[in-house]
Every structure is written in C-alpha cells, then in structure tokens.
Design a protein around this ligand. Sequence first.
Ligand code: ZN
Length: 79
Amino acid sequence: MTCRCSSCVRGLKIETALKSGTREELAGLVATLHSSLMHAQGDLGHLRAILDGSWPSSVERLSAALSVAVVKRRNAVVR
Ligand SMILES: [Zn+2]
C-alpha cells in the first residue's frame, strides 16, 4: 500500500503532473511548492532565532524544551 502522508501525496501529484500535466496543473504545483517553501523558511528563521538567543522568549522556550528533552532521554534510557 502506498503511503498517504502529505509529502508522498504531493510527490505523486508532482510525478503525475510532470508526466502528463497541463500547464495549469504545473503552475498550481509550483505555487503550492513556493508557498510551502515560504512557510518552511519562516519556520526555519523563527527556530534559528530561538536557538541563537535573538528571539525575545528564547530562554523560556529553550528551557521548556530542554526539560521535555531531559525527560524523553531519561525515559529512553530506562526502556
Ligand atoms: Zn509518506
């Protein structure tokens, strides 16, 4: 059975459009991919700013994330 996650579904649409798609289908895919890239770049910039300490609440966010990570690692070692 084929994976139905959003990445695989998008990959199938791209394959189909590249093989037999109309110009409109290809333009729609390019627009979707561009939008996804813009969102990913925004997320990356946000997370990078948190990690490098330039985001205003970075200390609070990193402290909370570290607490969660410590518990996860502790639980992983116990298993
Ligand atoms: Zn998948």
